[in-house]
Design a protein around this ligand. Sequence first.
Ligand SMILES: [Zn+2]
Length: 203
Amino acid sequence: MTGKTHAVMGASVGIAISSKIPGELSIIAVIILIISSLLPDIDHPKSIFNKYILPVKNKMVKVSVYGGIGTILIVFNIFYRNIPELMVIGMVLIIVAFSSHRMGFTHSILGMIVFAFIVNYRALQYNNIYLVYYFIIGYSTHIIGDMCTNRGVPLFYPLKGKNIKFPFTFRVGSNNGKFIEDIIVIISILYIAYRFPMLLKLK
Ligand SMILES: [Zn+2]
């Protein structure tokens, strides 16, 4: 699915079920919904996410940027700090550097748990443990969305096996695929517009 579809789907689902989960919907929660629904594609050099992070959008640059930052974080942490979470972030960046799109880590349950662990750590520091729920909602809508496509996702990575997908799927970029994604985007935007008065009151 395209980044645009993932973002509006994550935001609308999160807004729709916000009253059912602990912790109030806030502006930060909406931002987290959007970021987390785009995050799994961080392993793709041309994804929306990397549009703003990578200076040049190719594999080599992706490996160098994420691998470099990850290594610096780990070395810095070993010599100057001793924060387990920093270690985890460094390791995740290195995994992201080397994992290819849809082939691994970021589109798996394991990836979601590891990222949620990092978000939870930050949320605890800001005294807002509920933000992690919104993170999980955004992230899982991305994975579920990609399960609707013919390539599926390696849900149980690092266990090897076929990618997991729904019985009825579409191919991203095909006419059917574009039509289905357009429908998702329109419904999501209509729903967000419908809830707009409530969103304006968010803090
Ligand atoms: Zn994806």
